[in-house]
Design a protein around this ligand. Structure first.
Ligand SMILES: [Zn+2]
Length: 414
């Protein structure tokens, strides 16, 4: 089977349906096209021989491929693949451009608008000379994040269907909406319908990337109610919530901000101060790879709020926290760590050099792992997620499909 041809064909089909996730929307999915894509995938899962195909009211799609094992085979763990339907900030229409047999140099994405992927700005392009490369038309992202993963899983399932001699255990495919807006889709997964021993996402960039360390992430909102008064009688009377908000922000360490941290250093990010003469709200993002340090940051915010309360006794000040996701690594146990070992074993057999990354962010696996299903993440093969310079070198994308198939093989062998 020509894997590259299969993946390209599927990717282009999924890309025809623009599936932006929209922030600040209460409903899941946040855009109707995610449901449209989900329905298309349900049809394809059925054609590929999956059973128990189901879509939830939040457009999470589930499918189960029953095990196919020779009689007397030792039990094989049940494994899931999770990919997300949404793409970040995408328009409803994406125009992919296929560059056949890339020969180096700049890539013209859009002649009419004079948009280019410049080799000088993207020296990583050089590694893919001789490969077919898919780019967007330069006016939007491409959406390899995460449609390359959906195409990957579907291609692997097609390979299994086409060759009945390949044994495998029970496999689940789950497609979720709204990963890019706080993992909202995966938070609605019905885990009774996803009874796997462990799972994988295919949601990082270049060939070799492995992610099983992510941030612990949370948000906090400090709400301040002051008192307004006419300047005629404001002395000892007016309480200014804007000034109190500034006092609070000044208590945070200026070295522990996103712009001053890297690798596994955590931060508190003051994302906004919204205020008027009566009310102020300070919004904070809290991130740390270490669970203990993450919890300490929350305690620090609480203590800072108490200090500000003492300083401004006439104001009403409260703080609310929400945990958004957790570090995948905290879900690793002696029993399940084998699912990470399989990734390295697969790379070794396929001659891929692993590049392990502590991700300064989260993936669906950050939430799913916190529910007891360890879900590490490996590369799609694409570059520059979330940018108009996003591109898919098809040789690397094919390697990612081979990873999926190799993982199935290794898990079946045990
Ligand atoms: Zn993604």
């Amino acid at each position: 089977m020509d894997l590259q041809k299969k993946v390209i064909e599927k990717f282009l089909r999924y890309t025809e349906i623009g599936t932006p996730s929209v922030g600040g929307v209460d409903t899941v999915p946040s855009s109707p096209n995610q449901t449209v894509l989900g329905k298309l995938l349900m049809k394809e899962l059925e054609e590929l021989g999956l059973t128990d195909i189901w879509m939830s009211d939040t457009s999470v799609v589930y499918g189960r491929l029953p095990a196919r094992l020779p009689e007397g085979h030792t039990p094989v763990p049940t494994v899931g693949w999770v990919a997300h339907l949404d793409t970040v900030g995408a328009p409803d229409v994406i125009h992919p451009v296929i560059i056949r047999n890339y020969q180096g140099g700049d890539i013209c994405q859009n002649a009419e608008k004079d948009l280019w992927l410049r080799a000088g700005e993207h020296p990583e392009l050089e590694k893919y000379i001789g490969q077919d490369i898919i780019v967007s038309d330069g006016t939007s992202i491409l959406g390899a994040d995460n449609k390359a993963a959906i195409a990957n899983v579907m291609t692997a399932l097609e390979v299994l269907k086409a060759d009945p001699s390949i044994p495998h255990g029970e496999i689940y495919a789950v497609f979720v909406p709204d990963e890019e807006v706080g993992l909202k889709g995966s938070k609605t997964i019905d885990f009774d319908k996803f009874p796997v021993d462990f799972a994988y996402t295919i949601d990082s960039c270049e060939e070799g990337e492995v992610v099983f360390q992510t941030f612990n992430a949370g948000s906090a909102w400090v709400r301040i109610k002051g008192r307004t008064a006419h300047p005629m009688n404001s002395k000892n009377n007016l309480v200014n919530p804007t000034v109190i908000a500034v006092d609070l922000v000044n208590m945070f360490d200026r070295a522990e901000t996103p712009e001053h941290t890297e690798n596994t250093e955590g931060y508190i990010w003051v994302t906004s101060i919204k205020s008027d003469p009566l009310n102020a709200t300070v919004s904070l993002n809290i991130r740390d790879h270490s669970k203990a340090k993450y919890e300490f940051k929350k305690e620090y915010i609480k203590a800072a709020v108490e200090m500000v309360k003492m300083k401004h006794p006439k104001a009403e000040i409260s703080v609310e926290f929400e945990d958004v996701y957790a570090n995948i690594y905290d879900a690793v146990t002696d029993d399940n760590r084998k699912c990470i070992d399989y990734i390295y074993e697969a790379m070794k057999e396929l001659g891929i050099t692993p590049k392990t990354i502590a991700m300064r962010g989260g993936t669906d696996g950050s939430f799913i792992s916190s529910k007891g299903i360890l879900t590490p993440n490996y590369f799609t093969g694409a570059h520059n997620f979330h940018a108009t310079s996003e591109f898919m070198p098809m040789g690397a994308v094919e390697k990612s499909v081979l990873m999926t198939l190799k993982l199935i093989e290794l898990i079946t062998k045990g």
